[in-house]
Design a binder for this molecule. Sequence first.
Ligand code: URA
Length: 209
Amino acid sequence: MSKVFVMDHPLLQHKLTLIRDKNTGTKEFKELVKELSMLMAYEVTRDLPLEDIEIETPVCKTKSKVISGRKLAIVPILRAGLGMVDGFLNLLPAAKVGHVGLYRDPETLNPVEYYCKLPTDVHERELIIVDPMLATGGSAKAAIKFIKDKGATNIKLVCLIAAPEGIDAVHKAHPDIDIYVAAVDEKLDEHAYIVPGLGDAGDRLFGTK
Ligand code: URA
């Protein structure tokens, strides 16, 4: 059964407060999302396996630990997920980056994939799906399904702010996926915005309205 990890490091909580504030402008918002993503990346990679290698320090030969061959890929859900990529790559520069784009069919209301480009060896990689807001869970559920259909088996979902409804929806649809968030907010409003949330993450990242 999957788990939800709520990361409550003081730096995360402090920076979250700044991005929630409606007076925080686009430039600062973008920088803060990058910093938050870097801090999340640190926690999300806590279980990476290590192995000993032999090295020589200026003093002597020794064995020392390095990350053991696990290949990673960061997969932002377009468009707001893009804001989290650079923070992850700062800590994981060798990770590949895939992209998933979805829109909601206006008649059926089902998510439809309009873009999905993943590393070809996706079945050998640990995939970290990133999207700042986990609201209804509709996009995350669909993205996880598309990615699984392409052969990935080792997937984590990382969001900055989640609504309880979104966590439940992803849990039910994909009980094998662990979810990492910096905050679980109160609820969704009638327009599926997270309350208190931060508004539309994509608009705030890219200065659109
Ligand atoms: N997506 C957002 O950007 N914000 C929300 O509150 C919900 C979904």
